[in-house]
Write a protein of this length. Sequence first.
Length: 219
Amino acid sequence: MAKSLNNLGEVLVDVGLADSANACFGQSYAICQKLGYTKGMIKSIQNRGVVFGKHGQTKLAVSDFNNALQLSQQIGYDKGTLDAHLQLARVSLSLADHKRAEGHATLGLALALEKNVLTNARDFYQILSDIKALQAKYRQSLEFYKKYAQAKDEILNLETNQKIAELEAHYEIDINQRENTLLKQDNQIKTLQLKQQSSLIISISVIFVFAGNHSGNYL
């Protein structure tokens, strides 16, 4: 039920029904809290925080993201921790709170590199590059941007290789299916040929028997 409410909330966000979406996220959070399902609670308030942030309710957004961060750290939930740091860095940057934004981005980047989560590392590099540019620290901004571009290219290569592997696997399956179909058809043809040969042999045998009987009668 909680997962369904979260999914419904995400759909409502996409169609612009923010209030209805947040109502779903709130209900999902309450259900997860009652069940003691912390990861579900984290996802619900993360989603709600994103909606608050998009509609200028930054205080509510920050509150939800901070709660999500605290809960994630309590249970050692790396994905929740990374997502919370990322959202807090973005909100702080939008509020021109560069120090807080840099703090969250730096902590998030360290965890992303430790856990080898390239997508998050890419996002944190981009934020840090933007922060350094705003601070007029252009050399540092460029270094972070280079790392951002490198991570972005690496992710693209991984996705491309994965897509190629999926296509190759699909091709192999298709070839095997075609080979199996041809083999089955070949076996069916051979079976029919054997039946025809058997029928022919039987027919010839009958003819010989009939001819022999006829000759005997004639004599």
